[in-house]
Design a protein around this ligand. Structure first.
Ligand SMILES: [Zn+2]
Length: 391
């Protein structure tokens, strides 16, 4: 498994929209691995992408018949985030290497080990002559890191998934392997442009200070959102909605000019019980107030992702996963929600219950010197094999 994982992670699959050449080479390597293990032939699904050197982005489906036609779908993604600043790496990100109990390299944890664990779970069942209880469908997807517009989103529209599919996305988790994600917060990103009138700093009376208005707006909005939305939901950690001022764009290069324009942003993760429209109403009210008081014009650019309904703890897929985790890891799994951003939400929105789980090293995804524990790759394969065989 380590050799196979090293082989596929030596092929960087960075989005063409992130300066890379896409997933094609990695997909071919995965196809080779699967046919080499005698697991059958994969079906290629391609989504047009003019920016990709091949003109499209590939995803692979491997379906193996089980005792019943109902499918257990294990989804992993082939794409990775770029290595970032190389000087932060102590190793070559694309020459995976074993050090002690770990395998290092970009994409070994996010999300390469899910690819390998799911393939080897199936391989093991085959070696032991066990017919899977469910029809097993392994899906290797493109474009997860940048929002799945060339991956699972269009594939869902093609009707490649069914309402009774048991869906697991092993793309997030913790070291003990006891955290099962079944819910997500809504995500709201707002960028504000505050326009006043630039002037000499010695003559502020001739301008309208956009910096002061932006400061005021940022503080008042922060306070208004936190006092209005105090709901709690124990499923999540943190258990409240979060409203964070984050990016602030540069304004003027010199100190002695009063800026006429300011841009800054808020990143909000909102509990599913709070409608984003209610949040936006508060934002607009504060905006109008500050705008009137400061004499500035404040424009709002909104990006939103409304939370999908949570997957039930009693859903078949959650129960199947839970009993397999208990057997393999001997832990008591807990259900929870996260701040948003996994592709399980696309399934939940379509009414297909989906869970997110794997045993993974915390805090290593997207970081320099990304690694995984070799033991986790094996444990995850065991949990998947348990699910495939219906425990
Ligand atoms: Zn991932």
């Amino acid at each position: 498994m380590v050799t196979a994982l090293s082989r596929i992670c030596a092929l960087p699959a960075i989005s063409p929209h992130n300066g890379g050449s896409g997933e094609e080479a990695k997909a071919k390597e995965i196809e080779k691995l699967i046919s080499g293990l005698g697991l059958g032939s994969v079906e290629w699904q391609r989504v047009d992408d003019a920016k990709s050197p091949t003109g499209n982005r590939p995803s692979l489906f491997l379906e193996v018949k089980g005792a019943c036609p109902r499918r257990l779908c294990i989804l992993s993604h082939m794409d990775i985030v770029p290595e970032g600043d190389r000087s932060f790496w102590t190793l070559d990100p694309y020459s995976p290497v074993v050090r002690g109990s770990r395998l290092y390299g970009r994409g070994v944890s996010d999300n390469g080990m899910a690819i390998i664990s799911s393939i080897y779970a199936l391989h093991t069942l085959k070696k032991l002559n066990i017919t899977p209880a469910y029809t097993v469908c392994l899906v290797f997807l493109s474009d997860e890191e940048l929002g799945s517009s060339f991956g699972v989103k269009p594939l869902l529209e093609r009707g490649l998934f069914r309402e009774d599919d048991l869906v697991i996305a092993p793309d997030s988790g913790n070291d003990s392997g006891d955290f099962v994600e079944i819910a997500e917060k809504s995500m709201l990103r707002m960028e504000f442009t505050v326009t006043g009138k630039q002037s000499h700093a010695a003559r502020p009376d001739t301008g309208v200070n956009a910096c002061r208005a932006a400061n005021l707006f940022s503080v008042e909005l922060d306070e208004a959102l936190h006092t209005t939305f105090q709901e709690k939901d124990a499923l999540f950690d943190p258990s409240v909605s979060t409203f964070e001022p984050t990016r602030r764009a540069a304004n003027v290069p010199n100190m002695n000019t009063v800026p006429g324009k300011e841009r800054f942003g808020f990143d909000c993760r909102v509990l599913p019980s709070v409608p984003l429209d209610d949040v936006l109403k508060v934002v607009e009210r504060v905006r109008d107030e500050v705008s009137r008081r400061s004499g500035t014009v404040i424009e709002i650019e909104v990006k939103r992702d409304d939370a999908a309904p949570p997957t039930s703890e009693d859903s078949d897929v959650a129960r199947l996963l839970l009993s397999s985790i208990k057997k393999v890891l001997n832990v008591k799994p807990v259900f929870g929600g996260i701040g948003g951003g996994t592709f399980a939400a696309f399934f939940r929105r379509k009414g297909i219950p989906a869970v997110v789980w794997q045993q993974e090293p915390e805090g290593t995804a997207h970081q320099p010197d990304e690694y995984t524990e070799i033991e986790y790759i094996v444990n995850n394969a065991k949990v998947f094999a348990g699910m495939m065989s219906g425990n």
